[in-house]
Design a protein around this ligand. Structure first.
Ligand SMILES: [Fe+2]
Length: 328
């Protein structure tokens, strides 16, 4: 099975207005609230939205210009060289944060939208939020998290392989069941590069077991264990596993539902695979207290960073860390 792209080939869309992201970080300005006619033509159709609901993934039309994507590459290189717009005020316990001392492993850097204004401004392009709002059937979209990723062209590097998982497992402190992820490569991205691969329709599966060890991040579990968990879940639902590698042209974006199983393989190409994984929440998402069987409370890294609500809970609408990017 091949992913359908909302756009035929590499045709360039009409010039896109990059949406105002000036002013205070995280502030949504009035000019953000409209799309040009050319941008409107890039939104998912009703058929695309139905396909996403059924299959759990969507390959967009060309949402970023070549200039925007090239700017992401340049800004990420400056980030890797040590440039920061600001640093996190403290280091939360399970932060993914590659540093040069870690060497030629797969690089993950969380909160890139916070630490790099240049990358953050491109990621907050309102069109991305508008596409996500259509897919999630939400009226508001905020950033939840963003991770800068660099998969070195080392075929046997074990850290390049991302085992099967779905993101909601790590977001049990969220009330929303509609959260989604935009995978934004900085170039054409295909199977030899180890592109993101979806398990078709797994967003609709009932979950086997209910073992809350799934809240443990894949980086702390074995690949074999997670492969087996995927198989158990498919068997439990009486279905075959259908894997869909997303072949993503430059400027296009792959979206997946928060319950869609996904993973990615080695980078067998001769170039690094560069991307951002942009996690998005609908406007209604809130913190909830989620307790494991052993009595421990699930924590997300935000819980150590964001402001508090009047009730004293972590505020997942804190504009510094979770800026809004779209309101209908
Ligand atoms: Fe993921």
């Amino acid at each position: 099975m091949r992913p359908r792209s909302g756009s035929a080939g590499r045709a360039r869309s009409a010039p896109e207005r990059a949406g105002s992201t000036t002013g205070r970080r995280g502030t949504l300005q009035s000019t953000d609230l409209t799309l040009t006619d050319a941008q409107r033509a890039l939104l998912p159709s009703d058929e695309d939205v139905a396909h996403y609901a059924e299959h759990g993934w969507y390959l967009s039309k060309k949402l970023f210009t070549d200039e925007e994507v090239d700017a992401l590459v340049a800004a990420s290189e400056r980030f890797y060289a040590g440039e920061r717009s600001r640093r996190l005020p403290r280091r939360p316990p399970t932060l993914a944060y590659w540093e040069p001392a870690h060497g030629p492993v797969q690089r993950h850097n969380d909160y890139i939208h916070y630490e790099s204004d240049e990358i953050g401004a491109i990621l907050r392009k309102p069109l991305i939020g508008a596409v996500a709002a259509r897919l999630a059937e939400a009226s508001e979209i905020r950033v939840f998290q963003s991770t800068l990723i660099y998969k070195p062209p080392v075929p046997d590097e074990p850290s390049n392989q991302v085992p099967w998982h779905f993101d909601k497992h790590y977001w049990q402190s969220c009330t929303s069941e509609r959260m989604l992820t935009a995978f934004i490569p900085f170039h054409d991205c295909d199977e030899p590069m180890g592109t993101i691969t979806m398990v078709d329709r797994s967003n609709t599966w009932k979950e086997f077991g209910g073992d809350d060890s799934t809240t443990k991040h894949f980086a702390h579990r074995s690949k074999a264990e997670l492969e087996e968990l995927l198989k158990q879940n498919a068997d439990f639902n009486g279905v075959q596993i259908v894997k869909v590698p997303m072949v993503i042209p430059k400027g296009h974006v792959s979206f997946q539902h928060c319950r869609t199983y996904h993973g990615s393989d080695a980078n067998r190409s001769d170039r690094p695979r560069r991307a951002v994984s942009l996690h998005l929440q609908d406007g209604e998402n809130r913190y909830r207290r989620f307790t494991r069987a052993d009595g421990s409370v699930v924590q997300y890294n935000h819980d150590h960073l964001v402001r508090r609500t009047p009730a004293g809970d972590p505020d997942y609408a804190d504009p510094d860390f979770c800026p809004p990017i779209w309101r209908a």
